[in-house]
Ligand binder design. Structure first.
Ligand SMILES: C[S@@+](CC[C@H](N)C(=O)[O-])C[C@H]1O[C@@H](n2cnc3c(N)ncnc32)[C@H](O)[C@@H]1O
Length: 424
């Protein structure tokens, strides 16, 4: 079948399809804001219209907050998803528990929220970041809730839902500027912060409302794995006819640091220093924090066969970045990040070839990038790596311009975001 016959025309507006914003009006997706996510309505449209109609088997190797998997369940399609960031994995897993027994969740929530205020709080062990984000009173109340939620965790769906209800209120209860899913801004303050007990009660109510409109038992359930997209372990060979995903972009966004507030509050890490060993090491290398100077042998990475299809161009870009950084104060290791990012993504394409059926179509929502003003043709390189891994062809649908981030960094390289469609 020709690629043109497989491609579908989504009804969601192009500009909105690559952002999470509309999801905040949708049941379940609205449980927690995940600013790196994309549109659930667009994703569901693609699944429902995939040819031949109604037969898609869906895979999302970078599942994030679970947008594609929930859309697949809503569209009645079997699906697999992989998420490597442990905290984000738990979020998606909790959202997928939406089809479990609401009465069990209600009863557990009732018992835990009734017992929490009688617990003893201990706020002395929280790191500076957390102390800066909460008043002592709010932190004490959060600590009581934290320990009550933790002690109630028996691995059940109800406990997973309750955990999500708790983590969903954390930014709302902080008086500090906590841009959603971004870095915490303890020096900025919000006009008003929510009260923890009232906030979690409201969150539980919202979740119960949404659980009532979830698909019934006859619809397929998504399978979510905490694994690595670079090898897609656990996903059967030839499973997928349709991949809908959005990989990390090589734009220095740190998916480990993005959840530092929550992980510190949960006492899973004690600060930034723990992120590499607990979180970042599982992820695609898309930020410079991941590739310190001496940790990477650039020559070895660029010489690897996986990068052969783009070797002359990527070598030139990495050499340019290695030079430019010397004139910059931060001396960021973008030259290493770019090499490692494409090496990681080349592995992802090889794994996708294994788990994709023949034919299949793959849609990557992705953007290009220009660290230190050096243009990185992300889309073209990803497409070529896909073809080298055994897919037949690729094309790109641009959905929006995206150059604001780098504008602040004193250059005007025009960037864009869109959908890279790969077929074969
Ligand atoms: C752009 S986000 C995906 C957002 C998703 N489409 C949504 O709507 O929620 C990319 C995700 O890839 C995850 N990730 C990074 N490296 C990974 C790896 N090696 N394997 C699997 N997931 C990874 C990140 O933790 C992040 O959640």
């Amino acid at each position: 079948m020709l690629f043109e016959e497989l491609a579908v025309e989504p009804s969601v507006s192009d500009a909105a399809s690559s952002t999470f914003i509309d999801n905040m009006r949708l049941p379940v997706h609205r449980w927690i804001r995940f600013s790196a996510g994309f549109s659930a309505a667009w994703s569901q449209d693609v699944i429902e219209n995939a040819a031949p109609r109604g037969t898609a088997r869906v895979f999302d190797p970078f599942a994030g907050s679970g947008t594609t998997l929930i859309a697949a369940e809503d569209a009645g399609a079997p699906s697999f998803g992989i998420e490597a960031q442990p905290f984000i994995f738990r979020l998606a897993r909790a959202k997928l528990a939406r089809r479990s027994d609401p009465a069990a969740f209600r009863e557990l929530a009732k018992a835990v929220l009734a017992g929490a205020p009688h617990r003893k709080a201990d706020i002395t062990h929280y790191p500076k970041l957390i102390r800066a984000c909460y008043t002592d009173d709010v932190l004490a109340e959060l600590d009581r809730l934290r320990s009550a939620v933790k002690d109630a965790d028996d691995g059940s769906d109800a406990a997973r839902l309750l955990w999500l209800a708790f983590v969903a209120i954390l930014r709302r209860c902080s008086h500090a500027g906590t841009a959603p899913w971004q870095y915490v801004l303890p020096k900025k303050s919000k006009k008003s912060a929510a009260h923890p007990l009232a906030a979690i009660e409201e969150q539980v109510r919202l979740m119960l409302t949404d659980m009532a409109v979830s698909p019934g038992d006859d619809a397929p359930s998504a399978t979510l794995l905490q694994a690595d997209a670079r090898d897609c372990e656990g996903v059967p060979d030839g499973f997928a006819t349709l991949v809908i995903t959005s990989p990390p972009y090589p734009n220095n966004y740190d998916y480990a640091d993005a959840t530092r507030l929550e992980m510190c509050l949960l006492r899973e890490i004690s600060g930034w220093g723990d992120l590499q060993s607990t979180v970042r090491r599982h992820l695609v290398r898309s930020c410079t924090q991941h590739v310190p100077e001496r940790a990477v042998n650039l020559h070895a990475v660029l010489s690897d066969n996986l990068l052969a299809p783009i070797r002359p161009e990527i070598t030139a870009v990495c050499e340019r970045l290695a030079e430019v950084r010397l004139s910059k104060g931060g001396k960021k290791t973008y030259h290493l990040m770019v090499a490692c990012y494409f090496h990681d993504l080349a592995r992802v394409w090889q794994s996708l070839r294994r788990v994709c059926d023949h034919p299949s179509e793959v849609c990557f929502v992705v953007g290009d990038s220009a660290p230190y003003g050096v243009y990185v043709p992300v889309i073209d390189w990803l497409g070529r790596l896909a073809v080298a891994a055994g897919f037949r062809s690729f094309r790109f649908d641009r959905t929006r311009d995206r150059n604001t981030k780098w504008k602040n960094r004193k250059h005007r390289v025009p960037l864009c975001e869109g959908r890279l469609w790969v077929e074969g």
